[in-house]
Design a protein around this ligand. Structure first.
Ligand SMILES: [Zn+2]
Length: 248
């Protein structure tokens, strides 16, 4: 049976002179691997070769999980061309795509996350500077964690539930506890990061991300990369572009 869905390309591999194998994230069908025969030909039914972030309405013949679906048509809309204007913005978008690929499963739809991903890409390509792009990435990364049942606890100590106030001196991040830990509780946790005051201020009050500079946001992103590395049991490939200092 033929199916129709909105789709965005997360990954593509050239399969032959003329064809590609494409990993799409679709709104209603979740992630799908698709054989796009002839997509690299000039007169293809996919409007030319499919690239990462190619977006549009797709018509395809689904297949059982683990096997490739077959692409019939892909009506590409050039909505994310802006991502290519700036390397830092592109790296933010590629990091988001890597996480989507990691966390999603074939034929497991997450329509709200699909909409959130499209919104993130729309916003990040018009970010006015690196700081804005990075703050959007951080919010999106937290959204992805939340969507897959790993929402970080940031508004209180995960262990004793005490809320953050001005008398709290040191705050720690603990990956196995899935959130922030106060100084009274930190002794009970082995793996933890002690947060600088500005990084803690951003994580406990996410609205502070908006006014943070790039250097501070890289400090926050470092905590998220640490957590992602722990839960994925490997460092995300795109992490290396975000751990250097802001001047590089
Ligand atoms: Zn505590």
């Amino acid at each position: 049976m033929i199916a129709k869905d909105k789709a965005i390309c997360l990954r593509k591999v050239d399969y032959s002179e003329s064809s590609q194998v494409v990993t799409f994230f679709t709104r209603q069908h979740g992630k799908i691997g698709v054989m796009a025969k002839g997509s690299r030909r000039a007169k293809s039914t996919s409007g030319g070769a499919i690239e990462v972030f190619s977006y549009g309405q797709m018509v395809f013949y689904p297949n059982e999980t683990g096997k490739l679906a077959t692409l019939k048509e892909f009506d590409q809309q050039p909505v994310f061309m802006g991502l290519r204007r700036n390397l830092f913005v592109m790296n933010c978008a590629l990091f988001a795509a890597e996480l989507m690929d990691h966390f999603t499963h074939e034929n497991d739809p997450h329509p709200e996350l699909f909409d959130g991903f499209v919104r993130f890409l729309t916003d990040v390509q018009t970010a006015s500077d690196n700081a804005e792009a990075l703050s959007l990435l951080i919010i999106f990364q937290l959204t992805v964690l939340g969507e897959f049942g790993s929402a970080l606890v940031l508004n209180r100590c995960v262990n004793c539930s005490s809320s953050w106030n001005d008398s709290v001196k040191n705050i720690y991040f603990c990956s196995t506890a899935n959130g922030l830990i106060c100084a009274d509780c930190e002794g009970a946790f082995v793996d933890k990061l002690r947060l600088s005051k500005p990084v803690a201020d951003c994580l406990t009050q996410l609205r502070n991300l908006k006014n943070a500079d790039e250097r501070l946001l890289r400090g926050v992103e470092k905590v998220i990369i640490y957590h992602l590395t722990e839960i994925l049991h490997k460092r995300p490939k795109m992490a290396k572009y975000f751990t250097a200092s802001a001047s590089q």
